[in-house]
Ligand binder design. Structure first.
Ligand SMILES: [Mn+2]
Length: 313
């Protein structure tokens, strides 16, 4: 049994709405409320963030608050690497999805000679760049930063020199400033159903593995997981990122960008059961829980139930 180390990464500088920084706290609160034992005895490390510097008048309107992210995600990168260096398994409970840039960079630092893929369970592709984003929210750019393709075929914005400088720094996070960090062939999407044309262009250009919720219903979740693992069969390691908005809005609205017709609860359970302890999976992220947008902390309750299926206690 691997030794799990929880990293609380509360940065929400990449989100369009406030409150995702409270997601990790909402999960802790729920564990206490339920007298749950699942976190008892697990090392739990909070990672510093720069949420106090969030500025709604950020000068970087095509990558809002990237000036904070390019700095704070270095701490998460280092934290993930240290956990892996210690032989432990990082369970990252993060604020918004831009944290994946820091976390994956830390995985890349540790496994520097290995091929690392990603299973991205989400309602969104998060493949925008400052050159294509309609919102300027960096949580919608996480995978673009890792793939390192600015998607200039679909350029619609003229980011400032300052913004481009920070963006390049984010793409080069980690040792040796490596970019790209991820091959598009080593990425598998599950659950995406809310995408913009610019992102679809990249998915089509690279032929990225992509299973929408209706296809998950059609094939069955186990078959979809088999197919995703087969797509990543040449990878030595796999990073799993579970955005809670992959789930249907009937489960909870406690997330920044809820989208109807998502994954159902049994499908989410299978994703945890099949992937959390999979020998190739080297880190697992849960993200975008926003109790400010929730009722009765229901999303954190769902996350607790999902974690209970894979953590002892
Ligand atoms: Mn999402």
């Amino acid at each position: 049994m691997r030794k799990i180390h929880v990293l609380e990464a509360a940065s929400e500088n990449g989100a369009g709405k406030r409150g995702a920084s409270l997601g990790p706290a909402a999960v802790i609160l729920e564990a206490a409320e339920q007298c749950s034992e699942i976190f008892r005895g697990l090392p739990w490390t909070p990672v510093p963030d720069l949420n106090h510097r969030y500025d709604c008048r950020t000068p970087n309107r095509h990558a809002k608050n990237i000036e904070n992210l390019s700095e704070s995600l270095e701490w998460l990168c280092d934290a993930v690497q240290k956990v892996l260096d210690a032989g432990e398994f990082p369970l990252i409970i993060s604020g918004d999805h831009s944290n994946a840039i820091g976390a994956f960079s830390g995985v890349r630092n540790h496994y520097h000679n290995e091929r690392i893929g990603i299973i991205w369970v989400d309602a969104h592709y998060d493949l925008h760049s400052p050159f294509t984003t309609p919102s300027g929210n960096v949580h919608g750019m996480a995978l673009n930063a890792l793939i390192g393709d600015d998607n200039l075929d679909c350029q619609r914005n003229e980011p400032s020199v300052e913004t481009i400088g920070y963006w390049e720094k984010l793409k080069r996070l980690g040792h040796h400033q490596i970019t790209p960090k991820l091959l598009p062939s080593d990425l598998a999407f599950v659950g995406v159903r809310d995408a913009e044309d610019e992102e679809c262009h990249m998915v089509n250009k690279y032929g990225i593995f992509d299973m929408e919720p209706d296809e998950v219903d059609e094939y069955g979740i186990d078959k979809v997981i088999d197919m995703a693992l087969d797509q990543l069969k040449d990878c030595d390691r796999i990073y799993v990122s579970f955005d809670v908005d992959s789930q249907d809005t009937s489960i909870s609205m406690g997330t920044g960008t809820p989208v109807p017709e998502g994954l159902d609860y049994p499908q989410a359970v299978r994703i945890f059961e099949r992937l959390f302890h999979h020998p190739k999976v080297c880190a697992f992220e849960i993200t975008e829980i926003n109790p400010m947008l929730d009722k009765d902390n229901s999303m954190a309750k769902i996350v607790m139930k999902l974690l209970s299926t894979v953590l002892p206690g």
